[in-house]
Write a protein that binds this ligand. Structure first.
Ligand SMILES: Cc1ncc(COP(=O)(O)O)c(C=O)c1O
Length: 452
């Protein structure tokens, strides 16, 4: 396939100049993998400052759900900006009420829900933790190994997709106990469904030996584990957690920051299993790029908060609310269904890709939240981490923007408006990139083992 869209060496001259300026004045803590310097974007296409065009299958880490600068979202933001930019959460405005009403209609919880507004995923998680403690009067939580919930001290206490997130920042919020996230591809427990095994571990080991169940305020879990490797839980696992929470008076908190708002082909990922949480956290795709986070909770729980119990300055910003309302309309009426359809098409293409390449261990996903795990070979299943990093970087050089997750999983989370032709282009670029990486022979896995 001809790489007609990449016209300069990467990074190009203008990008190099900006990278040099950035290196002097911007924090080096950001986990940046390759030097893409954005100029502008439309739909699933982005251009860098040197005029190179890329297909964006990372969507700003799953944020640009309606595509880059969707005209209806941009129009809604401009209209809101003409009226006022900010009033603060100490006052009222119609956009915020409208958005809370829309979320109440769309919520995966049968009972009415109320919204708490924030600016990011981590803040909506912090709000969920505070509410869970406040409402139950209990202090402890359970989280999952491999989970990602943010980088502030409360959410960071749960985040365990890589220890680099916590390294150097310890101690974080106390009271969090981690359990394994069920993974049928890499089973930790012998001889049974991994979802059932994890539930048994919580009930028969943790609650007996270490954590009194009646001190646990909440269980925080991603219905599909994102950063940790795009893991789909076994059927029955989320329902089992629901049942366990009911039995012990524990609140079930679903973190749908990455999986929510149509990404998986349903408005919320938990709707694939028909399991209702007590609290849901949202951000990313909700604002199509505008910084908004929301913590939704059953009205009966949220109403326990008294005046002043929690708040912020920017939550419910009018521009963000306008962007979210436009996004929800697009996702509800078009893009959620598109994600389901295109997700099926993409998965089939990736299965064909896997049949051509023995380094693909597993392709898994729902809608347009798809992971492709790379292994040294299918027998050992040893994660091919260096290969994964090299492939993601090579894909960038060939005009495809990707991210990885877990140890060696390529993740695909394009805008939800993509067409079949975008998937075809992405898979062709992936094929070229993998062939180049393997032909180059410079990938050295730490295990010293050879690739299949
Ligand atoms: C599931 C999940 N929760 C929370 C967060 C944190 O969101 P933010 O980076 O907006 O704080 C993320 C970010 O990747 C996420 O994937």
């Amino acid at each position: 396939m001809k790489k007609t869209h990449i016209k300069t060496d990467l990074p190009g001259p203008k990008a190099r100049e900006l990278l040099a300026r950035d290196a002097l004045v911007v924090s080096p803590s950001y986990p940046r993998d390759y030097p893409f310097v954005m100029s502008h974007g439309r739909g699933a296409e982005v251009w860098d400052v040197d005029g190179n065009r890329f297909l964006d299958f990372a969507a700003g880490i799953g944020v640009c759900s309606t595509g880059h600068s969707h005209p209806r979202v941009v129009h809604a933001i401009k209209e809101a900006a003409d009226r006022f930019l900010h009033i603060s959460s100490d006052y009222w405005h119609e956009g915020q009420v409208k958005l809370a009403e829309r979320l109440n209609e769309l919520s995966p919880i049968e009972e009415p829900v109320m919204s708490f507004f924030a600016q990011s995923g981590t803040e909506s998680v912090e709000a969920a933790l505070k509410l869970a403690r406040y409402a139950t009067g209990r202090g402890r939580f359970l989280g999952f190994l491999g989970g990602f919930h943010g980088r502030t001290m409360g959410s960071l206490a749960f985040t365990s997709s890589k220890y680099t997130q916590q390294k150097g920042s310890f101690p974080v919020m106390p009271g969090v106990t981690h359990v394994p996230y069920p993974n049928n591809y890499r089973p930790l427990f012998a001889g049974e469904d991994q979802g059932r095994a994890v539930l048994r571990y919580i009930e028969e080991v943790l609650f007996v030996n270490n954590v009194p169940a009646n001190e646990v305020a909440g269980i925080l879990v991603e219905p599909i584990q994102g950063e940790g490797g795009y893991l789909i839980p076994p059927d029955g696992f989320l329902a089992g957690l629901r049942e366990l929470c009911n039995r012990h008076g524990i609140l079930l908190i679903f973190d749908e920051v990455q999986s929510g708002i149509g990404r998986t082909g349903k408005m919320f990922a938990c709707q694939h299993w028909g399991v209702e949480p007590d609290i849901v956290t949202l951000a990313k795709g909700l604002g199509s790029g505008m910084p908004i986070g929301v913590m939704l909770a059953r009205r009966s729980i949220m109403q326990k908060w008294s005046r002043g119990a929690h708040g912020n300055t920017y939550g419910g910003n009018p521009l963000c609310c306008a962007a979210a309302l436009a996004t929800l309309d697009l996702v509800e009426h078009e893009y959620s269904a598109n994600a389901a359809r295109l997700g099926g098409y993409f998965m089939a293409k990736l299965e064909q890709f896997a049949s051509r390449h023995a380094v693909v261990g597993e392709v898994r996903g729902k809608g347009l939240m798809i992971g492709m795990e790379l292994v040294l070979n299918r027998q050992s299943k040893i994660p091919a981490k260096a290969l994964c990093d090299a492939l993601v970087t090579r894909a960038y050089h060939n005009g495809l923007i990707l991210l990885s997750c877990g140890q060696s999983t390529v993740r695909f989370m394009p805008p939800l408006m993509i067409a079949e032709s975008d998937v075809d282009e992405a898979v062709a670029l992936l094929d070229v990139s993998l062939a180049e990486v393997l032909a180059h022979g410079t990938v050295h896995e730490p295990h010293g083992a050879a690739l299949a």
